[in-house]
Ligand binder design. Structure first.
Ligand SMILES: O=C(O)CCC(=O)C(=O)O
Ligand SMILES: [Fe+2]
Length: 346
């Protein structure tokens, strides 16, 4: 039986008060519930040399595969240009995302994610792990967005659904291309590239739409708290607004400035495990600003839920015990940043 990503989340319900975002359009000052203590890291601005900027890789470059491997080892992230996704497909989806988040709160609440649910409107899933709330609204899609879109737009959801479906299809093609390249870098056999022993070759996909409204006191607020993604990797489009930062050992929080028609790729926990720690999974967060709304579209890609995760790189001792993707998602939902340590089996 094929389990779905929604089923994996059903076992780990969130409490409702952790789901409903603040009505940002009605607040003029930063409530205490959303005021984060500043850390040393935030105050000091690091002066970064060229070697401390997240690499931008051209997918048409004959050395692209090697460059991707190096970026995954040193950063756990890179930016990708000439990725083959038509600009129009991305722009259309960004426009739909803006249209969705601009709706009155009451309309968005019609698609509120349920306590045991995985899709729809609401706060970030990582919210319960942090004492303060984030300056953020999210909308999660797994498979067809039809059910949630119909709640929001009872009569005219078709446009949103078509645009999401098209985006997802295009992203999947790019994700398969990147998976092939990454597995080749890791020296993984053709057989294992087909998601190994899984009874079902369908990958797990999810889309997260993020909205960071402009904020009256951006220095005390947090758009999205530090986390790693659970995916094999994540392909992210960010609107032309700064805010995304990646943590790099020795350099601190490094901004990932948006470049036109360039996608950000984050290595996720699953690739970190499969590569036996050779590839980093980038800790990242989002800061907000007082002038511009920020939007991002994250596409998460990974193996099926019944796929047995264990390091595929066999010339070193495995750093992780074998567990299924579903088990790992369950551990992550209860432990967030501790999930990778728990999965070492030590
Ligand atoms: O908004 C961003 O740039 C990052 C979003 C993100 O990290 C996520 O959705 O997991
Ligand atoms: Fe993320």
């Amino acid at each position: 039986m094929a389990t779905t990503l929604s089923e994996a989340y059903r076992d780990n319900p969130l409490h409702l008060h952790h789901i409903i975002p603040l009505d940002f359009s009605s607040v003029r000052t930063l409530p205490d519930s959303h005021a984060w203590p500043q850390s040393e890291d935030d105050v000091h601005h690091h002066h970064l040399g060229v070697g401390s900027r997240i690499p931008i890789i051209d997918l048409m470059d004959p050395n692209a595969m090697e460059l991707i491997g190096l970026a995954c080892e040193k950063w756990g992230a890179f930016q990708l240009k000439n990725h083959g996704i038509p600009l129009r497909v991305i722009e259309e989806f960004e426009e739909e995302t803006k249209r969705l988040f601009a709706l009155p709160t009451a309309r968005k609440m019609k698609a509120l994610r349920s306590a045991a649910g995985a899709t729809g409107y609401g706060r970030a899933r990582i919210s319960p792990f942090f004492p303060k709330h984030m300056w953020h609204e999210g909308f999660t899609i797994m498979g067809s967005p039809f059910d949630d879109a119909k709640k929001i737009w009872p009569n005219d959801h078709a446009q949103f659904c078509n645009i999401v479906d098209n985006y997802q299809k295009q992203m999947k093609v790019l994700a398969e291309k990147l998976t092939y390249m990454i597995f080749t870098i890791l020296g993984i056999s053709e057989e294992q590239k087909k998601w190994g022993s899984s009874t079902n070759y369908n990958p797990c996909e999810a889309i997260q739409l993020n909205f960071y409204p402009c904020c009256p006191e951006p220095n005390r607020a947090m758009g999205l708290a530090p986390h790693t993604d659970t995916s094999l990797f994540t392909i992210l489009h960010q609107s032309q607004t700064n805010g995304l930062q990646i943590f790099k050992q020795g350099a601190g929080w490094v901004p990932v400035h948006p470049h036109p028609n360039t996608l950000v790729v984050h290595t996720g926990d699953i690739l970190h495990i499969l590569s036996n720690k050779r590839f980093l999974c980038a800790l990242h967060r989002v800061m907000v600003n007082s002038a511009t709304n920020r939007y991002s579209l994250a596409y998460f890609y990974g193996p099926p839920l019944d796929y047995l995760l264990s390091p595929l790189v066999l010339h070193s001792l495995p750093c992780f015990r074998a567990l299924t993707v579903k088990e790992y998602i369950g551990i992550k939902d209860k432990n967030l940043g501790g999930a990778l340590t728990i999965s070492t089996g030590d």
